[in-house]
Design a protein around this ligand. Structure first.
Ligand SMILES: *[C@@H]1O[C@H](CO)[C@@H](O)[C@H](O)[C@H]1NC(C)=O
Ligand SMILES: *[C@@H]1O[C@H](CO)[C@@H](O)[C@H](O)[C@H]1NC(C)=O
Ligand SMILES: *[C@@H]1O[C@H](CO)[C@@H](O)[C@H](O)[C@H]1NC(C)=O
Length: 354
């Protein structure tokens, strides 16, 4: 009897693994042709050629860009260089990227920046929150931005047992933020197994000094996160599930799901166009080429604009699409007035006039 049960369980497990493997293969291989779509005027930004994982633009037009992410399973063109934060002033005619100095006392060599989010307090002081992976750990670093000196003063490192494998962050108050966890395992192999078996066990976390809690769960791999212009909704990208969850934010910071927008392409980081409220999504149109990187046959890039995301019929249009000849592995697009910056995991950074 015991043997029969064991055999049944084994059979069911193997069937599940087989089914998940097939689903995984279908998810990461795309037969679709990558077209060439781009706004009128685009050029690459000098000095940002080894990644620009996340981009956050202030209402004043100053853009923060994180570069040099080292992430298990993802290519890095400069594996020995520490990560850095750059600044661009999008009000300039021909904006240039400038590295931000970081104050003494912070271990700059271990900076491995992932998601970033700027927060402006009542006194107009700008704080930059940076998801950091020093030695593949996860912390959130808080910096104060000194505009005159073009520098970041390190104020604080936040660590918490629920802040593990953090991907992205959106800050909504002093030391109050939502963060996504994109995986459980840190080892590359186990993380790949986790991605294939798709346990739907990643989550969104709310952090404040008083309370830390999981506020939404069941994501295949929760990735980019951002907030609507009216601050009533939180948008979460589930990268491997190829969709965006629109979540309603409650007074106690809990989130409930309003709807899911299916995009049919791997969705990475999200931003909101400050002029229209549209969601901009950086996407990976051919993920297999990202998992098995070959510079001769590179992964492409894709940026989608989602209009009327709260309506019954959100409209999705393509803002940018490229087969990797110009831009590889786009993660994020951020807009200021009629200007757009497109960032990538490990490749270049594109500036476009819309
Ligand atoms: C990018 O990485 C390459 C290879 O390590 C290096 O030669 C180059 O200087 C880096 N570029 C920047 C802007 O850091
Ligand atoms: C944004 O983009 C990166 C790129 O993958 C992605 O890995 C990261 O996961 C996203 N989140 C943030 C914050 O950047
Ligand atoms: C990518 O597109 C460019 C121009 O549109 C084309 O010349 C090139 O052959 C394409 N590359 C691949 C790998 O399809």
């Amino acid at each position: 009897m015991g043997k029969l049960v064991a055999l049944t369980v084994l059979g069911a497990t193997l069937a599940l693994i087989g089914e998940r493997l097939l689903t995984f293969r279908a998810r990461v291989t795309t037969s679709r042709e990558i077209k060439s779509i781009e706004p009128q005027s685009c050029h690459l930004i000098a000095g940002l050629e080894n990644g620009s994982e996340d981009i956050d633009i202030l209402p004043s037009g100053l853009a923060f860009i994180s570069t040099g992410l080292k992430y298990p399973g993802m290519p890095s063109l400069a594996p020995d260089k520490p990560g850095r934060i750059f600044l661009m002033d999008l009000n300039e005619q021909n904006p240039k990227a400038q590295v931000l100095e970081i104050s003494e006392g912070f271990d700059k060599d271990s900076l491995n920046p992932h998601g970033i989010s700027a927060f402006i307090d009542k006194d107009n002081t700008v704080y930059l929150y940076v998801v950091n992976h020093p030695h593949m750990d996860s912390t959130v670093e808080i910096f104060k931005f000194e505009e005159q000196q073009r520098s970041l003063i390190h104020l604080k490192t936040i660590k918490h047992e629920l802040l593990k494998s953090v991907n992205d962050i959106v800050v909504l108050g002093p030391e109050k933020f939502y963060a996504t966890r994109d995986r459980y395992f840190t080892s590359h192999f186990l993380a790949l197994v986790e991605m294939i078996l798709d346990f739907h066990w990643t989550y969104v976390l709310f952090y404040s000094p008083e309370e830390v809690k999981v506020v939404a769960q069941g994501f295949s791999s929760a990735n980019g996160i951002t907030v609507s212009l009216d601050q009533k909704y939180i948008y979460v990208a589930d990268v491997t599930a190829k969709n965006i969850h629109v979540m309603k934010k409650h007074d106690n910071w809990d989130l409930t799901q309003e709807k899911v927008i299916h995009l049919g392409t791997l969705v990475d980081n999200l931003t909101v166009d400050p002029a229209t409220g549209d969601i901009l999504a950086g996407c990976h149109p051919n993920p297999m080429k990202l998992l098995i990187y070959n510079p001769e046959d590179p992964p492409g890039s894709e940026v989608l604009r989602i209009q009327d995301s709260l309506s019954d019929n959100p409209r999705v249009s393509t803002v940018y699409e490229n087969n990797g000849s110009v831009l590889q592995a786009s993660t994020v697009a951020s807009v200021y007035q009629k200007k757009m910056l497109i960032g990538t995991i490990f490749h270049k950074t594109l500036y476009c006039e819309l």
